[in-house]
Design a protein around this ligand. Structure first.
Ligand code: AMP
Length: 298
């Protein structure tokens, strides 16, 4: 049984008032819409931690660079509301989402913001290197929505590992007093990480896109076999290099706090992160691998 569609709030002032009227803990899930099961898994994670869940849906222009897909980015609020209403993980219980905040650009940025957030060194590498200004734009909107809603908890996906790390730092450095929860990556049955951008893929590209997960699996298998860190990375790189129609942007094995490369003889956990183009579509994925010192023989 579907629930009714959640109420849509269009302004930050209304969102603040609606939040203040709520009893109990409030959890926030921030999205750019084009919702899929990955987003819904965040909503469920949020529901497990609070009486109320607020979902924000806003395609934030500040986090798109020149030549990126701001105009093409899929927008369908009606479909998003239907998905939130139809999420039947526990149909019949209270509405999963108390309200949706869906502001427009004039509401979020009535003028160019003059005060900007400098996201620091983690924003300079990987996604930040390919997409200059991206994380400054992300943290600007995250700070603004957190300030309006003052949630107790906010759930972000590990799919965007660098973003999750930067949001944690934002909250810590500005003392925002909200608990940040990281949620695991939701995948299609063939391993492809769910993403709103998967909608851009043709049938052939969709098939080719499975090689991103295959590369992560190659790295994990190598790690399980007890090869050293540089070989684990090489396994992922080789896998992407062999994949037809997939062009590597980066494939790295990094420290999950700094996002800097780990040493060739690193032991312990590390994050295998990659970005690749499949046709014109740029996709990202990641996986934690463990270089077990008891297994590594060379
Ligand atoms: P987006 O709408 O792409 O900005 O994503 C909104 C939130 O959903 C972010 O915290 C993402 O990390 C998270 N997310 C997107 N895709 C997935 C996925 N496949 N699994 C888990 N979380 C995801």
């Amino acid at each position: 049984m579907d629930r009714p569609r959640p109420t849509v709030v269009r302004t930050l002032a209304d969102a603040r008032a609606a939040r203040e009227a709520l009893d109990g803990r409030v959890a926030l899930v921030m999205t750019m819409g084009a919702l899929h099961d990955g987003h819904l898994s965040l909503v469920r994670e949020a529901r497990a931690r609070a009486e109320h869940v607020v979902v924000s849906i806003y395609v934030n222009p500040l986090q798109f660079g020149p030549g990126e897909d701001l105009e093409a980015y899929p927008r369908d609020l009606d479909a998003d509301l239907d998905l939130l209403a139809g999420d039947s993980a526990d149909a019949g219980a209270d509405a999963a989402v108390t309200f949706v905040l869906a502001p427009d650009d004039a509401e979020m940025y009535p003028r160019e913001p003059l005060v900007r957030i400098d996201p620091g060194p983690v924003a300079e590498v990987l996604e930040g290197a390919t997409r200059p200004g991206h994380f400054a734009g992300v943290l600007q909107v995250v700070a603004k929505v957190l300030a309006a809603l003052r949630p107790d908890v906010a759930v972000f996906g590990q799919k965007d590992a660098q973003q999750l790390a930067l949001v944690r730092t934002l909250v810590e450095d500005l003392g925002l007093g909200v608990e940040i929860v990281g949620a695991p990556i939701r995948r299609d049955p063939d391993g492809l990480a769910m993403s709103s951008r998967n909608a851009y893929l043709s049938a052939v590209e969709r098939e080719r896109a499975t090689s991103l997960f295959a590369a992560l699996e190659a790295a994990r298998t190598a790690a399980d076999d007890g090869v050293p860190a540089d070989h684990v990375l090489a396994a992922a790189r080789a896998s992407i290099a062999d994949a037809p129609g997939v062009e590597e942007d980066y494939v790295v094995l990094v420290d999950p706090a700094t996002f800097l490369d780990v040493a060739a003889d690193h032991r312990g956990e590390a994050l295998l992160a990659l970005a690749a183009r499949v046709g014109p579509t740029r996709l990202i994925d990641n996986m934690t691998v463990t270089i077990d010192p008891r297994k590594v023989t060379t």
